[in-house]
Design a protein around this ligand. Structure first.
Ligand SMILES: [Zn+2]
Length: 411
């Protein structure tokens, strides 16, 4: 016995009788130590009635581990029935221990089931079954009602299949997930929330996606809708970039409806094209040299200069201290857009005016979708880790267990 490491078995009321390595499998012979009692009537007036050996797969320690449980049978003198003893660590007729089942289920939330099955040398079915046990009760809206929820879309396959993710940025975690990114699916997700939650939700954050806004207005009319800051700013940056690209693109596509012929853009300015990275930088982060480059470009192409200025000026709206000040800055900005009358910005300001209230609502409750975007990324990782999922129920369960909301407060 000198060349062995003794490891405690870690299960109550069991004593280890023998440990051997058979064909690369550790076999631990165990015997229960609690007193015999009748399974049917609980009487302790029983006599032994033989044993049977049950093999139960347990957590691996270096090698796959199997517990050989010498299960006692006994005959009751009171009710004259024969029963086998039971142990809480060994479920029903299953051929694995409770803790191994839990281990498989938890591992399946972190890695693809096929990988877990290979690593633990069990069948895929076994892991799938264990995961189903862990996943029961996911998405049942447990825990305290959230104050803020955010709506975001996650692409399962871009342009073909989307999911709407409802998450709580303060708990934090995913609350629910439904198929589709339409108004109907968002409404379905919101209606599924418990009634008590509806009354508690103060703020809903979403990106500039009209169907989500309609859904929130229909289902949660009293909630404050906040347009996600990063999406708003990104749309402004995109407009400025479109103006720059108009001048900076080497080739232009003509005949949009039919032919796809490209020809040299007569307005092409290589300096504009080269400046594309410094163009997106914030004004206060520019070096003197970069500033000089930009100034030269803006002198040559004043329209780009105006677009750049409008983009920089928009950031000031979010830096305002109060909502009134932000509103004033937004009005001034829209006035300047109309004076400049650059097509890209006029179209954008038309969109932003429709979202005026949600944009300004940021100053009442500064919430963003930053957490929801992080979740979207995690979902993407989960999806790719398993090389996609075919079973929608399973996919939803997986996301809700892996990114679920923490329902217990910090301990
Ligand atoms: Zn009995």
């Amino acid at each position: 016995m000198r060349d062995r490491i003794a490891v405690p078995i870690g299960i109550d009321d069991l004593e280890v009788e023998d440990t051997t390595l058979v064909n690369g499998v550790i076999e631990v012979t165990v015997r229960s130590t609690f007193p015999r009692a009748c399974w049917y009537c609980g009487s302790v007036d029983v006599v032994g009635h033989g044993t049977c050996r049950r093999r139960l797969r347990d957590r691996s320690c270096g090698y796959p581990t199997v517990l050989v449980w010498i299960q006692r049978r006994h005959k009751c003198r009171d009710c004259h029935r024969t029963s086998r003893e039971r142990h809480p660590a060994f479920p029903g007729a299953k051929r694995l221990t409770v803790r191994f089942l839990e281990h498989l289920g938890n591992a399946a939330t972190q890695a693809p089931m096929a990988d877990v099955a290979t690593r633990e040398t069990v069948s895929w079915w076994r892991v799938s079954d264990a995961f189903s046990r862990v996943a029961t009760g996911c998405g049942n809206h447990a825990g305290p009602p959230p104050r803020v929820i955010s709506l975001d879309e996650a692409a399962f396959r871009k342009r073909f299949r989307y999911h709407t993710i409802v998450s709580d940025p303060e708990a934090p975690g995913v609350v629910d997930m439904v198929e589709g990114n339409t108004q109907r699916s968002a409404e379905q997700a919101l209606r599924r929330l418990p009634k008590a939650w509806h009354d508690n939700i103060e703020t809903v954050v979403c990106d500039l996606h009209w169907p989500y806004r309609k859904a929130v207005e229909n289902v949660l009319p009293d909630a404050r809708l906040v347009a996600d800051k990063f999406h708003v700013i990104r749309s402004v940056t995109a407009a400025a970039n479109r103006v720059r690209i108009r001048h900076g693109r080497r080739r232009t596509i003509i005949g949009r409806d039919g032919g796809l012929s490209r020809q040299h853009n007569p307005r092409f300015d290589p300096n504009v094209w080269r400046s594309r990275w410094i163009f997106t930088k914030r004004a206060n982060q520019l070096t003197d040299k970069e500033l000089a480059t930009l100034t030269a470009i803006f002198t040559a192409q004043p329209e780009i200069g105006i677009a750049w200025w409008l983009e920089q000026a928009f950031a000031a709206i979010y830096q305002a201290d109060t909502r009134a000040e932000a509103e004033r800055r937004l009005n001034v900005w829209i006035y300047h857009v109309n004076v400049a009358s650059i097509t890209e910005f006029v179209n954008l300001s038309r969109t932003l005016q429709k979202w005026r209230e949600p944009i300004l609502a940021y100053h009442d409750d500064p919430q963003t979708n930053a957490y929801a975007e992080g979740i979207t990324n995690k979902i993407k990782v989960i999806k790719r880790r398993g090389y996609g999922y075919r079973n929608p129920t399973r996919y939803r369960q997986l996301i809700l267990t892996a990114c679920g909301r923490r329902t217990e407060p910090d301990g």
